[in-house]
Ligand binder design. Structure first.
Ligand code: ADP
Length: 249
């Protein structure tokens, strides 16, 4: 029953830009311990949905619920503090700090674990321990002393995920986490996301359909701002409308 718990949901979500409706009638249920993909052609509204869920954009109408709380009118910083965190863009990784230092900085951010648990985290040792633990959880423990600037592109993205995990999110939103990666890094990051999703919900925008097929438990297909289909990969990929609209077959 715990596995099927809905942690984030949107009801009748709509967003207009002037006279243009970018997102319409969107109902979304994101579950604990599942990897949920949001897919669809360019301009389908994926980014707008992410911006609405994180409250960077205010919905024109509809409601959003996070862990049982109505967050429709909640400011983005509070939403993040409540456990809905979007992966930081690569620019949020400080290139001239080491990998370990990057994670330590992240832990000490407002909302970071070091601040949440300051009583037990107020020595440098415990901060380092927690940072190493986080690096281990994403397979970067051997890179702790490397400058972030010297990491491969794939490892930089993994470091970005590690810094995001320092906020201990309950729902993690990932924006094309594998974009621009080689096959080997894609596999690594897929494993990390799978591991991360054991104890939280993951909602990701992803274009690589093989990744979606292999990794994602549930898929929502957007087209022109509306939900075209949803279900597991088999259901969605066999849907006639999805094949015509999205996969072009
Ligand atoms: P996707 O991420 O799926 O490519 P977007 O959410 O970025 O799609 O965009 C959905 C539609 O909304 C597009 O037609 C886009 O041009 C439009 N749109 C997005 N943001 C704005 C904005 N700030 N002002 C006007 N139109 C926007």
């Amino acid at each position: 029953a715990n596995e099927a718990r809905v942690v984030l949901s949107a009801r009748d979500l709509r967003r207009d830009f002037g006279g243009f409706t970018a997102v319409n009638n969107v109902n979304l249920d994101v579950h604990h311990a599942r990897v949920h993909a949001l897919i669809g052609p360019n301009g389908a509204g994926k980014t707008t949905v992410f911006n609405l869920l994180t409250k960077f954009l205010q919905p024109t109408s509809g409601t959003i619920t996070l862990l049982g709380h109505d967050i429709t009118k909640t400011p983005p910083a509070n939403v993040a503090r409540m456990g809905l965190v979007r992966s930081f863009q690569i620019s949020a990784v400080f290139p001239h700090l080491t990998v370990l230092e990057n994670v330590r900085v992240a832990l000490q951010r407002p909302g970071g674990l070091a601040i949440q648990f300051w009583r037990s985290m107020n020595t440098l040792d415990s901060l380092n321990d927690r940072a190493m633990e986080l690096l281990k959880s994403v397979g970067l423990e051997k890179d702790g002393d490397s400058y972030a600037a010297d990491l491969s592109y794939g490892r930089k993205r993994v470091l970005e995920i590690a810094t995001t995990l320092s906020l201990d999110p309950k729902v993690l939103l990932l924006d094309e986490p594998m974009a621009g990666m080689g096959q080997e890094d894609v596999g690594r990051v897929a494993e990390i996301i799978r591991e991360v999703a054991r104890s939280r919900a993951v909602l990701m925008v992803e274009h690589n359909l093989k990744v979606v097929a292999d990794l994602c438990d549930h898929i929502t297909v957007l087209q022109r701002g509306e939900i075209l289909a949803e279900g597991n990969y088999d259901t969605v990929s066999n849907d006639e409308r999805v094949r015509v609209a999205y996969m072009g077959t």
